[in-house]
Design a protein around this ligand. Structure first.
Ligand code: E4P
Length: 217
């Protein structure tokens, strides 16, 4: 499973890039707003840090405007994937832009039926939100499983990106049910390293080694 970082923060991206485990980035209008820099500029900076798919989301709500905005976003860098919401106009914009060779991430997907529409509209990526479904007491991971089954049944090439992942457990479960991509906040990526037995084991190895060579002097 590819790991994307769900952030527009450059410091977080630089730190994670150094670990060599980040395959791409997703952003949304809220994440861009948090950084206080206009989308065109911030996306260009992100593209300089991470060499992979970088999702940049439109803020228009009509198909016509989304198509125009999408074309502009796609021109920022060859790695930009244009993100559109899963509404009627978003699906229309996806159909039109995908025919022009622009890659689309259809976001805010909360049902298998919606995911089917995204695939039929030629989406490069669909983003079902796991955490936000869990928040309303629905099993978000079941949606990922259902979409991977449907896409598998018909050979749709749209990649399933498990979004709104809130914990290392979510990441592991998304990988288990066959998500192509998981996008996670920096905090969750950092938490994925942690295991008390790793820390304890390393402490013992280093202590044993130091003891052996101190006594042999
Ligand atoms: C996906 O692309 C979204 O930006 C993101 O995963 C949403 O996560 P949240 O529900 O934690 O805000």
């Amino acid at each position: 499973m590819k790991i994307f970082l769900d952030t527009a923060n450059l410091d977080e991206l630089k730190k994670a890039a150094a670990w060599g485990v980040v395959d791409g980035v997703t952003t949304n209008p809220s994440l861009i707003a948090k950084e206080g820099i206009k989308i065109e500029e911030q996306i260009a900076r992100i593209c300089d840090i991470i060499d992979g798919d970088i999702s940049a989301e439109v803020i228009s709500t009509t198909a016509k405007e989304m198509v125009e905005e999408g074309r502009k976003l796609a021109k920022i860098h060859k790695n930009v994937v244009v993100k559109v919401p899963l509404i009627r106009d978003g699906i229309q914009a996806c159909s039109e832009l995908s025919k022009e060779g622009i890659r689309l991430n259809v976001t805010l997907c909360f049902s298998p039926a919606q995911a089917l529409l995204a695939a039929k509209a030629g989406a490069y990526i669909v983003s079902p939100f796991v955490g936000r479904l869990d928040d309303i007491a629905q099993l978000g991971m079941e949606l990922i499983e259902s979409i991977t089954t449907i896409y598998g049944n018909y050979g749709y090439t749209t990649q399933v990106l498990a979004a709104s992942l809130r914990s290392p457990l979510h990441v592991a479960q998304a990988a288990e049910v066959g998500a192509d991509i998981g996008t996670l906040p920096f905090k969750v990526l950092d938490q994925m390293f942690n295991h008390p037995l790793t820390d304890k084991g390393l402490e013992i190895f280093l202590k044993d080694y130091a003891k052996a060579f101190e006594t042999s002097k």
